[in-house]
Design a protein. Structure first.
Length: 68
């Protein structure tokens, strides 16, 4: 009887460990996805800033040419 209780307790504890490991793996995968999305967003923002800077320079050059 005692060995059955010990086996049942061991089975329940190992199941908890598997659940915890599964949760940790899922959390890690979500964090990786968030980081990748953040990097993609940052790259897009940098491209937009670059385009805006080019437009600003072109506009400034046009004004300088018109002033001459």
């Amino acid at each position: 009887m005692r060995s059955i209780i010990i086996l049942a307790a061991a089975a329940m504890l190992s199941a908890c460990g598997l659940d915890t490991a599964s949760s940790a793996a899922t959390a890690a995968a979500l964090k990786k996805q968030e980081l990748e999305q953040g990097k993609k967003t940052m790259d897009q923002a940098q491209q937009k800033i670059g385009q805006s800077m080019e437009q600003l320079q072109q506009s400034q050059q046009s004004r300088e040419d018109a002033a001459k």
